[in-house]
Design a binder for this molecule. Structure first.
Ligand SMILES: Cc1cc2nc3c(=O)[nH]c(=O)nc-3n(C[C@H](O)[C@H](O)[C@H](O)COP(=O)(O)O)c2cc1C
Length: 199
């Protein structure tokens, strides 16, 4: 027989906060400042399942998710600092970059298997972008933020060798940084009406 306190406990159980799909999409924001708190591995695994559920034409499954260890992240940090500040060492910047590289809980380097056909390659790139978006939107539904970065680092031969990706076989699409937000970014979007045409 349930007692009064049991009933109170039953109804006050904290249910996991869930977001509907539109909220997860519209409230996904790129975060630049992450807390150093670790994201549970179970969530990272689910985010990869979300990524792997992206559409891809001709079942090419062109995405590869390279899970970067702390040791490898250290090598990437050294390389990034070298690329940016080799000729003008800057200790304050080094500290800022350290935070940027080591605070996020996880780093996933997403690469694309290179297809020689121009059209297929474009489709595969689109598929990889969908995969990254799926991953980021799922994470947002768990109140976890992300940042997709590209640039000189994702184009550097040394970086390819650090993450052990053969640039003749795969192309790096982006670094995806994952973690809890230190400072939310609620940058507003222009209205979709601005980009919609009725014909
Ligand atoms: C292909 C791609 C590359 C990006 N590269 C970078 C980057 O190198 N550094 C960065 O800070 N943000 C990068 N971003 C994030 C965008 O700057 C960000 O999405 C944009 O400012 C809009 O903000 P939001 O993501 O919060 O909506 C990239 C986004 C995409 C889609």
């Amino acid at each position: 027989m349930l007692k009064c306190n049991d009933l109170i406990n039953l109804f006050s159980v904290k249910r996991p906060r869930t977001m509907n799909t539109l909220d997860s999409i519209t409230q996904r924001r790129t975060i630049h400042l992450f807390k150093s708190e670790k994201v549970p591995n179970s969530i990272i695994k689910k985010s990869l399942i979300a990524a792997n559920s992206a559409p891809c034409h001709k079942s090419t499954y062109p995405w590869r998710f390279n899970i970067i260890s702390r040791k490898t992240r250290e090598l990437l940090f050294e390389e990034y600092y070298k690329i940016k500040y080799e000729n003008k060492p800057n200790n304050q910047k080094k500290i800022d970059i350290e935070k940027k590289y080591f605070n996020p809980s996880d780093l996933i380097v997403v690469s694309q298997i290179i297809n020689e056909g121009k059209i297929r390659r474009k489709e595969d790139y689109a598929a990889c972008c969908c995969a990254i978006q799926n991953l980021m939107v799922y994470l947002r539904s768990e109140n976890i933020y992300s940042k997709w970065t590209t640039g000189k680092t994702t184009d550097s031969e040394k970086v390819y060798s650090i993450v052990k990706i053969d640039c003749k076989i795969e192309e790096i699409i982006g670094f995806v940084w994952i973690g809890y937000a230190e400072k939310p970014n609620d940058m507003a979007r222009p209205s979709v009406e601005l980009f919609t045409r009725y014909k």
